[in-house]
Design a protein around this ligand. Structure first.
Ligand SMILES: [Zn+2]
Length: 273
């Protein structure tokens, strides 16, 4: 089982990075985790046919985690012959509402193409609402769910742990660690976290120290990430989706490394770990 960082960018559009999305690769198939901007292009760039991606796991519904969802959905149906089976979408509330609203967005286009004879196979979405404590098996992959982070006023946010082929990968998602994250990530080979650098919020965004503290309170500081990884005994930490945008990944890695002696990887789009 490998992790591919499909998009490591921050929320604003950026010429050099794509929006937040990861891929878990097992048995040559890609399982999608969040669907930020450009996710369809990034799946293709990673060498996977979109029509063969049948599972999508969402961590939460800040828009930067699903701006690419609609494009992914319609591209999966339309291109390369199109998907033949329903898409399976997992996530916390309000996943069902997000899916139903997205489906309405393309109704017009779908009807036009179906009238011309395009098969409706692959259009359906099966939704599974997940809550902390859930665990499920998908194609032999053990998937566990926990509330691993606090993320401002987003109550419905979940972390994922994937186990297969003798490896374990934990995606914490945005936010500062809850007390559950260390036990949840215990012994993970790879722990993915999203750091916030309050100093750079002041420097790059011109915010006051007070505002920087509020923003930092919704995210994980580098110290929290380093301590979480050390206490959990993680094999390596992967950093992605920096706050603020344009913050220094080098500095983030250095700071995390002050609290964690394992490998710290500064995530880059399409990196495979
Ligand atoms: Zn978020």
């Amino acid at each position: 089982m490998d992790l591919i960082l499909l998009g490591t960018g921050s929320p604003p559009p950026d010429p050099g990075t794509s929006g937040q999305a990861d891929g878990i690769v097992v048995g040559g198939r890609l399982y999608l985790l969040d669907a930020g901007r450009n996710v369809s292009r990034q799946i293709t760039a990673a060498g996977f046919p979109i029509k063969e991606v049948d599972h999508l796991f969402f961590t939460h519904f800040h828009s930067d985690h699903f701006t690419g969802f609609a494009d992914f959905y319609i591209s999966r149906w339309l291109f390369g012959g199109g998907a033949k089976v329903p898409l399976k979408v997992y996530g916390p509330n309000p996943v069902l509402e997000i899916v139903n609203r997205m489906l309405r967005y393309y109704e017009y286009d779908i009807e036009i193409r179906a009238e011309e004879g395009k098969s409706r196979d692959g259009l359906d979405i099966d939704v599974e609402v997940l809550v902390p404590g859930d665990s499920l098996e998908v194609d032999g992959i053990q998937v566990s769910v926990e509330k691993g982070t606090h993320h401002g006023n987003v109550d419905d946010i979940i972390s994922y742990r994937f186990e297969a082929e003798g490896r374990s990968i934990v995606i914490a998602s945005d936010g500062s660690p809850t007390g559950e994250l260390v036990p949840f990530a215990r012994g993970a080979d790879v722990l993915v976290m999203h750091p916030c650098l309050p100093d750079q919020i002041i420097e790059l965004l011109g915010q006051t120290p007070e505002m920087a503290e509020i923003i930092a309170g919704h995210h994980a500081t580098t110290e929290e990430i380093g301590r979480t990884a050390a206490e959990a005994g993680a094999g390596k930490v992967v950093l992605s989706h920096l706050t603020p945008p344009l913050a220094s990944m080098g500095q983030a890695c250095k700071e995390v490394g002050q609290h964690f002696s394992g490998e710290v990887i500064g995530g880059v789009d399409l990196m495979r770990i």
